[in-house]
Design a protein. Structure first.
Length: 268
């Protein structure tokens, strides 16, 4: 692209990243990931669990020759230290890398899970040790239940947080975002379009849904899953041109989102 994607610093990590990132789990081909990387994106997010474990392998092949230019994030859904270590070693092997930039505890959606991860023998012990060994640079957390994810961020233990947020579902603002801003935690957003359910015949321009989330002061990055490579390219071009909305444009998008939510069109 002639126009470069805007960049930002990912919270307290100090890592410079493009404000648009690639979300794993949907693209089965090396060519697809490489096409997305060709847009100039520098943030790539995957997980040990995506596509029954094969997503990391495909991404690892796509990153050959490019790894040094990217911020690579993956996740473990294991809760105990030993199982998490096994996941990390598998991720390093499949991603063909010596280190993970952001290693995330995946789906930390309940108090019980959080206590297990952070308690004696929990996955956090593996994360901290791996950071000391240089296998992991920063530690993140992800999840879908805003109040529980906010409590994880509130501990101050996590450098980044990945959660969902969009013009129809703003609950993250007073939960996750409030804590992230207090701890300078990097914020990555998924589900900016509610898995495309916000699209419709009277919908605002597609790129505006991503501009909406990037307009919030707490948000660093929005990721788009590679369901459609052409759409990803279009969004990269659009965000390179403009990555935020005015307050008036935000209000209009929120009004549209509220109508769609009230009509029951956004249920998963």
């Amino acid at each position: 692209m002639d126009q470069q994607l805007p960049t930002t610093v990912l919270g307290r990590t100090g890592l410079t990243v493009t404000r648009l990132g690639i979300g794993g789990a949907y693209c089965p081909t090396v060519a697809g990931y490489r096409a997305a990387l060709d847009t100039g994106v520098t943030y790539v997010d995957t997980a040990r669990a995506y596509r029954d474990g094969d997503d990391e392998r495909v991404i690892g092949e796509a990153l050959v020759g490019r790894r040094q230019d990217l911020v690579l994030a993956t996740k473990t859904q294991e809760r105990d230290a030993a199982s998490a270590r096994k996941d990390l070693e598998t991720s390093l092997r499949l991603l063909r890398t010596d280190y993970i930039d952001v290693w995330q505890i995946h789906y930390l959606n309940t108090e019980a899970e959080r206590e297990k991860v952070l308690g004696p023998g929990g996955a956090m012990e593996t994360a901290v040790k791996a950071r000391e060994e240089g296998l992991v640079r920063f530690i993140g957390v992800t999840g879908h239940v805003w109040p529980e994810i906010a409590k994880a961020v509130e501990t101050g233990l996590f450098d980044t947080v990945l959660c969902w947020y969009n013009a129809a579902y703003k609950e993250a603002e007073n939960t996750v975002f409030a804590q992230a801003m207090a701890h300078d935690t990097g914020v990555v957003i998924m589900n900016a379009t509610r898995n495309d359910k916000l699209f419709g015949p009277d919908a605002p321009p597609t790129a505006d849904f991503y501009r909406y989330v990037l307009s919030h002061e707490a948000v660093d990055v929005t990721i788009i899953g590679l369901r459609d490579i052409d759409l990803f390219r279009q969004m990269a071009l659009a965000l390179a041109w403009r990555d935020t909305l005015s307050p008036e444009e935000r209000k209009a998008l929120e009004a549209y989102g509220a109508r769609q939510r009230a009509a029951g069109k956004l249920e998963m």
